[in-house]
Ligand binder design. Structure first.
Ligand code: CTP
Length: 400
């Protein structure tokens, strides 16, 4: 399957380095020429003789320990693919800033081959905003980030940060090398994505809003763009959104409804990830409400339900995706919203559980299709949740 393909297997210094031995063996068995590069820290975790015995050539660790004075350019230029397994937070940070501190990093800088990064670290490290930002930048540059999975970690902890399974890593290498481009499966698709919590003004200085940060919607917009979709992002969030074709900034539910109305006709897919305020103050005071006048009575009136409107007017070729923010009876409430609002897919989001929903870097969801099929996504990054949602969207489009 991988006959003659040259794979550089980068191993950095995490406990999961022992799994790289199995990856090495499986790639060699599949016919690949595997050149291992271990960082110095990796050699504390696993032995060079093991790689020497199993790989297609001796494992390398340094720019200086070879008769070849420029091993990094040779390895980088000759590689058909580089997979880093495991990738530590430090390795990811070095790759992001382009620091060529060791043979692995120098090789990564000297290659034009596709790169697959398989992060493995403790949950707290993975969730750290610096790590997440580094990952986001690498993704934008076209680096494939595989995993991490969720499960048991070194030291008895449990959570996101576990190295992707060996099967997944070998399969990802094979599919990249086969020229498969699963990540361009949304090419030709125009997608409207809404994000963020709307703000409903009370007076010139105050508003009603909710805890939505816009992260999940922006992650969907970014990943869909990377997978080839032309994304129109309608957002109440100030977060960046890399790669989108058009960004429309809105504040209120009414502005969001107007922007959706303007763009939804051209959309093949609409994803309503925004937390749209259900109510707005009936009147917006023109001047700041003064406290000497005593506590004000604020009368609320309902906003239009944008998703329900889309569900009613959708074309047969359109896929409409809603989110259900719930704090109890998650899947049954979400399934009811799916039916009531005429969506094709609903993403059930427990916004009260540990590490999920609003204001978190991570999320866990159940994606429910209109035929009742359910896909459960355990606690992971919002980008991974976005990928899972888009997988279901993509399959739904293909089946039509
Ligand atoms: N939604 C919408 N317009 C609104 C309210 C919600 O389009 N005025 C969309 C959201 O973007 C989301 C879905 O409807 O995709 C469900 O939103 P959610 O806040 O979970 O539920 P609500 O319909 O507002 O019902 P409730 O607040 O009672 O749970």
């Amino acid at each position: 399957m991988l006959q003659g393909r040259r794979v550089v297997l980068g191993v950095s210094g995490g406990i999961a380095a022992y799994k790289a031995i199995e990856v090495c063996r499986r790639l060699v068995d599949a016919g690949a020429h595997v050149s291992p590069i271990l960082t110095e820290a990796a050699t504390k975790m696993v032995g060079l003789p093991t790689f020497n015995a199993l790989a297609s050539e001796r494992a390398k660790t340094s720019l200086w320990d070879d008769s070849d004075v420029i091993p990094h350019t040779k390895l980088g230029q000759n590689a058909d693919l580089i997979v880093i397994c495991p990738a530590t937070a430090r390795c990811i940070a070095d790759l992001r800033i382009g620091r060529s501190g060791d043979l692995l990093l120098a090789t990564l800088l000297a290659t034009e081959a596709p790169v697959i990064v398989c992060p493995a670290m403790h949950t707290e490290m993975w969730n750290n905003p610096a790590v997440q930002e580094n990952i986001a930048v690498l993704r934008q540059r076209g680096v494939t980030i595989l995993g991490p999975g969720v499960g048991r970690l070194a030291g008895g902890d449990d959570g996101p940060g576990r190295l992707a399974e060996v099967d997944e890593i070998v399969e990802a290498v094979a599919s990249k090398l086969a020229g498969a481009t699963p990540e361009r499966d949304l090419a030709g698709c125009t997608m409207v994505v809404t994000a963020g919590g709307t703000r409903e003004p009370i007076d010139p200085v105050r508003y009603l809003t909710n805890r939505s940060s816009g992260r999940q919607g922006h992650a969907i917009a970014e990943i869909a763009s990377r997978r080839g979709a032309e994304v129109i992002l309608i957002t109440a969030s100030r977060l960046p959104a890399v790669g989108v074709k058009q960004r429309v900034e809105v504040e209120t539910a009414a502005e969001m409804a107007a922007a959706v109305a303007e763009h939804h006709d051209q959309a093949d897919v609409v994803v309503m990830a925004a937390a749209v305020a259900d109510f707005r103050p009936a009147e917006v005071a023109q001047q700041k409400i003064k406290k000497v006048d005593g506590p004000p009575t604020i009368t609320l009136v309902p906003n239009d339900d944008i998703l329900a409107g889309l569900g009613k007017s959708k074309r047969s070729d359109q896929v409409i995706v809603g989110f259900a923010a719930e704090t109890q009876d998650l899947e049954s409430n979400a399934a009811k919203k799916l039916a009531d609002k005429g969506a094709d897919i609903i993403v059930a989001n427990n916004v009260a559980a540990e590490g999920t929903g609003f204001e978190h870097e991570t999320n866990a969801v159940t994606i429910i299709e209109s035929d009742g099929t359910r896909h459960r996504v355990g606690l992971t990054s919002k980008h991974e949740v976005a990928s899972a949602v888009l997988d279901v969207v993509s399959a739904c489009r293909t089946s039509r």
